[in-house]
Unconditional design. Structure first.
Lengths: 255, 426
């Protein structure tokens, strides 16, 4: 009898807490909405690369992102600096990826593994809604150090790929329990090898929400290799659907 | 054996906390780093987009059929400027000046290439965008790396040849004067270009705009671009020039996996074969195919390898090429025509193209390719090591020509070229 009461109590308590608490997928969706504005926008991306704490490279891009009907974003990325790369373009529409060089008028199809941006992957500078491609599971709530080196209580989520077209087989993600701010993520290959760790920091009001404006990306194999991705000049804008195709690339002009 | 395994496991376990601590420390160090300050991004509202660089090259060519070697050098100034004249209206000028020492036979030491000079109007509507352009436009099609059958405006477009790298070669070519209209919609585009005859023949004068190189006959090109799926896209092309039947073409690219892409190009048309064109023989048009298929694989270590098969039905067969060996002058005329028209001299050829980013050093890139004439087995090998600084590139290039004396690459007077290049970007 005591056992039955205990079981009933725990089931009711469990059901009650499940009813009240958001699911892991809800948390992931909410954190996507913090990272990505819910509308078309452009943003300036400054990539600063470090080796063993020393700045070794910097480049500037402009990213134009647009929501697609499937809930994912497509992005057109225009290279601004260094001067040798100025005017070059990268298009990412799901796994339909192109590189365009105005000097040679050549549009080259890219595979997701081809990287144009030093240590940062193409997906790092494109806008991506993780909830569309991954199934989340709540692992634990724990204290972690965030990108600004403050201790935060965070939901630890385990993300498993549900789309075959994703760059990372699995992701561990820490999301602030108070406001769903993404704080940290660890990205893994299919072999479970750690590819990179990312910290989201420098939260600022941008396009209607408080969003991270910097991501510190630490290489999984060589933690001395670090890239800081800074976002600035957020602008909400109309971006036509026709921008997100190969044949538009020779037509693009910065706005 | 078991003892060693035990020891190794023990060592690994002992090191694990140290490794984790090291990674945690590295992360803390990384979080102390600060981003570079942002740079103001020029926009259309700023009115103009200028790209400008100067390049110098010096080197040495080992001669195959004469003793000793010869020095080679070049200075190039290259710029392009796009100016927004009014909303939706742009003017584009792109030009390059090359000083070559020694100069190519029959050309001036200083050669100006007015690559592009045109105006472009773009109107956006609910159903897509419409574009109308007029002037000298570099219109290029084809996903092939080393040979582009669907690049119909390629012939005669190079005033000077400053590199053997097919990608770099495309940067120096002349556009053709044309009127071009294009309609873009979500997932595709339709383009029509008409390029009129403006001169009879090329002009070797170094400062001539050389309309005769690109506009020596009336030509038209219709192109339909489509996106079959997120992983397959294609282009269908119909090309017509005065006095010849239409040539039809198609190209496609596909994403095969996370790391692999594929491309192909195909054309079928009726025209004189390459030898008839090289020797100026009476028009004996015949219907033939041109074809390219290739695949690119990229590793996580930033190594990309492309293998490509190339076929030109208008080129000489193995037996015809062997027969032509009896007449070196005819052979030279044949190869010159292939070079002028950027056509494939071999009936069948292979290309392997390799790029390795960050080769040992973060800013050191390797590019290399090997062209193989599958008919006479001659080869061209080209390797470049290029180091980048913020505004300056330094490159070392080595080029080898291998083959019998009567082969495509063996006939070339230089057996090996080595040069150092410096490029400053403004």
């Amino acid at each position: 009898m005591k056992y039955l009461v205990s079981l009933l109590f725990s089931v009711l308590l469990g059901a009650g807490s499940a009813w009240a608490a958001p699911s892991a997928d809800d948390i992931l969706t909410a954190s996507d909405a913090i990272r990505n504005p819910g509308r078309a926008f452009s943003v300036t991306v400054t990539l600063t690369e470090f080796q063993a704490g020393k700045q070794v490279d910097t480049s500037t891009l402009t990213s134009y992102s647009r929501n697609q009907p499937n809930g994912q974003f497509s992005s057109l990325i225009s290279f601004v600096l260094p001067a040798r790369d100025a005017g070059k373009l990268m298009l990412k529409n799901g796994n339909d990826m192109w590189f365009y060089d105005p000097s040679s008028k050549a549009s080259v199809r890219l595979s997701p593994q081809q990287r144009l941006l030093g240590q940062a992957s193409n997906g790092d500078v494109a806008t991506v809604n993780l909830a569309k491609d991954y199934k989340a599971t709540l692992v634990a709530d724990e204290d972690i150090q965030d990108g600004d080196r403050r201790t935060r209580k965070a939901h630890k989520l385990a993300l498993a790929a549900i789309s075959p077209d994703v760059t990372y087989a699995s992701i561990e993600m820490w999301v602030d329990v108070e406001n769903n701010h993404p704080l940290k993520a660890r990205f893994f290959a299919e072999s479970q090898r750690l590819l990179k760790t990312a910290y989201y920091r420098r939260y600022q009001p941008q396009l209607g929400a408080t969003r991270p404006t910097e991501t510190v990306i630490i290489d999984g194999l060589n933690p001395q290799s670090v890239t800081i991705l800074r976002l600035s000049d957020f602008v909400a804008r109309t971006i036509p659907e026709i921008w997100m195709q190969r044949d538009f690339l020779p037509r693009f002009q910065p706005e | 054996m078991q003892f060693f395994r035990l020891v190794l496991t023990g060592v690994a376990l002992a090191l694990m906390p140290a490794t984790a601590a090291f990674a945690a420390d590295a992360e803390l160090d990384a979080l102390a780093l600060e981003s570079a300050t942002e740079t103001a991004v020029p926009t259309a509202r700023s009115g103009r987009d200028l790209r400008f660089f100067v390049e110098g090259a010096t080197g040495n060519a080992s001669q195959r059929y004469q003793p000793g070697s010869r020095s080679i050098g070049r200075v190039s100034v290259d710029f392009s400027l796009a100016v927004t004249v009014a909303p939706g209206l742009r003017a584009i000028v792109s030009d390059r000046v090359d000083y070559m020492d020694p100069s190519d036979p029959g050309t001036d030491a200083t050669v100006n290439s007015l690559r592009e000079a045109y105006v472009s109007w773009q109107g956006d509507g609910a159903a897509g965008a419409n574009i109308v352009e007029f002037g000298r436009i570099n219109l290029r099609y084809g996903p092939g790396y080393g040979y582009n059958p669907t690049d119909f405006f390629r012939d005669g477009s190079l005033r000077t040849q400053t590199t053997a790298n097919p990608f770099a070669m495309r940067e120096n070519r002349l556009g053709s004067v044309m009127l071009r209209g294009q309609h873009l919609w979500s997932g595709g585009s339709l383009s029509l270009a008409y390029s009129p005859k403006l001169a009879d023949e090329p002009n070797p004068d170094g400062w001539n705009v050389d309309l005769g190189a690109t506009n020596n006959r009336n030509r038209a090109l219709l192109v339909l671009g489509t996106q079959f799926s997120p992983t397959i896209s294609s282009q269908l092309l119909a090309y017509k020039e005065a006095g010849r039947a239409s040539t039809l073409g198609a190209s496609a690219t596909a994403l095969l996996s996370e790391a692999a892409t594929a491309h192909l190009e195909f054309t079928r048309g009726s025209e004189p074969d390459l030898l008839s064109r090289g020797l100026g023989l009476p028009d004996t048009s015949r219907t033939r195919n041109r074809f390219v298929a290739g695949m690119t694989y990229t590793t996580l270590g930033k190594l990309s390898v492309t293998a490509e098969y190339q076929y030109n039905g208008f080129a000489l067969s193995e037996s015809d090429w062997a027969a032509l060996g009896a007449s070196p002058a005819a052979q030279e005329a044949y190869l010159r025509e292939a070079q002028r028209s950027q056509d494939l001299a071999a009936r069948q050829a292979y290309l392997v193209y390799v790029t390795q980013k960050s080769l040992g050093l973060k800013d050191l890139d390797l590019t290399a390719f090997l062209r193989v004439n599958a008919v006479d087995q001659s080869k061209m090998a080209w390797v470049e090591l290029r180091h980048h600084w913020p505004s300056f590139d330094l490159a070392l290039q080595v080029q080898r020509h291998l083959g019998e004396i009567n082969s495509e690459f063996g006939i070339l007077p230089d057996s090996r070229l080595i040069q150092v290049l410096g490029t400053y970007y403004y």
